[in-house]
Design a protein around this ligand. Structure first.
Ligand SMILES: [Zn+2]
Length: 156
């Protein structure tokens, strides 16, 4: 080995591995309601009454199957938010979002408990964003059955 520092040679590549995952019945129903009816469905544990959003097959506290669905939102309250000035690349696509952008955790109307939904907020002016502000979900016109069927949340 020499003492001379070498420049590293970098070959940028994005790997593409086509894969498909089954959503399962609970997440499948949640995504189907987003796509077909623009409805946000949480599920409620019959033992402790907790809401889970997005819904999950088993209550994380009681560890029992959760089968009851409840429509929540589409409006709610910002519980927390992040204003992002540096966008790291999406690990799935290699693409970076245009910065700045804002993400938020929204406590949707009708949710009993503190399970929030994480999503984008279409406001990047820090003077206009506060905890406790009311927001509403804006749905994409072309929906495919994914979390992106909600385009973003907007301030009311
Ligand atoms: Zn429970």
């Amino acid at each position: 080995m020499s003492d001379v520092k070498q420049n590293l040679i970098v070959l940028p590549q994005i790997l593409s591995i086509p894969m498909r995952f089954a959503t399962g019945p609970v997440m499948g129903y949640f995504l189907q309601e987003l796509r077909d009816h623009q409805r946000i469905m949480a599920n409620r544990c019959h033992v402790c009454g907790r809401f889970q959003l997005p819904p999950r097959e088993v209550c994380a506290i009681c560890r029992v199957p959760v089968t009851e669905f409840v429509e929540v939102g589409p409006e709610g309250v910002i519980q927390s938010y992040d204003l992002v000035y540096y966008a790291s690349p999406d690990p799935l696509t290699g693409q970076a979002r245009q910065a700045p952008y804002t993400t938020c955790n929204v406590l949707l109307d009708g949710v009993q408990g503190d399970d929030t939904l994480w999503h984008l907020l279409n406001e990047t002016d820090p003077k206009k964003i506060k905890r406790g502000l009311r927001v509403r979900a804006v749905f994409n016109e072309h929906r495919t059955g994914s979390m992106h069927d909600i385009k973003y949340f907007e301030l009311i």
